[in-house]
Ligand binder design. Structure first.
Ligand code: HEC
Length: 131
């Protein structure tokens, strides 16, 4: 193999590896956030709902760019990148609705926004996992 090829292969491996990290980081932050929100609702712990909401918001920011999302879609699902991106946008909106409702002490509406976030997670996962 020529040196150029070896270098190109190495560079590709590195960029794929770091892209992998972005997804895993984003997902684990959002998973932790969703767990906190659920615990917060179940135990009537508003602070936990708030901190979980912030985590979901931060995690979602890492994985909402169309170019990044596209890298994780299987070849036969690349055409669904807009649907996947919309799931990320939906999470962003839901999280805002959740926060506003918590501030207003409208807890039922806040819990509905939480459910909608969960639906949006499933929407994107259904694409990547061919559910
Ligand atoms: C825009 C697409 C998209 C959205 C939205 C999304 N995910 Fe993911 N998620 C992925 C991809 C891609 C994977 C990796 C492939 C797989 O696990 O099937 C993944 C995997 C995961 C994993 C397993 C992580 C791992 O390291 O294998 C968890 C946990 C997870 N997501 C949590 C969430 C939660 C919680 C939400 C909602 C708050 C969410 N995801 C929303 C695309 C998304």
């Amino acid at each position: 193999m020529k040196l150029v090829n070896i270098l190109t292969a190495a560079a590709l491996t590195i960029s794929v590896a770091s892209a992998q990290d972005v997804m895993q980081k984003s997902m684990s932050i959002m998973e932790e956030g969703m767990t906190q929100i659920q615990k917060g609702f179940l135990n009537n712990n508003i602070e936990l709902i708030k901190s979980g909401t912030k985590l979901v918001k931060d995690g979602n920011k890492l994985f909402s760019d169309k170019k990044i999302i596209a890298q994780y879609l299987p070849e036969n699902k690349k055409h669904m990148v807009n649907v996947a991106e919309n799931a990320a946008k939906r999470i962003e909106l839901d999280v805002n609705v959740l926060e506003l409702n918590i501030d207003e002490k409208a807890y039922i509406n806040a819990a509905n926004a939480y459910s909608d976030v969960l639906n949006a997670c499933a929407r994107c996962h259904s694409i990547v996992r061919s559910w």
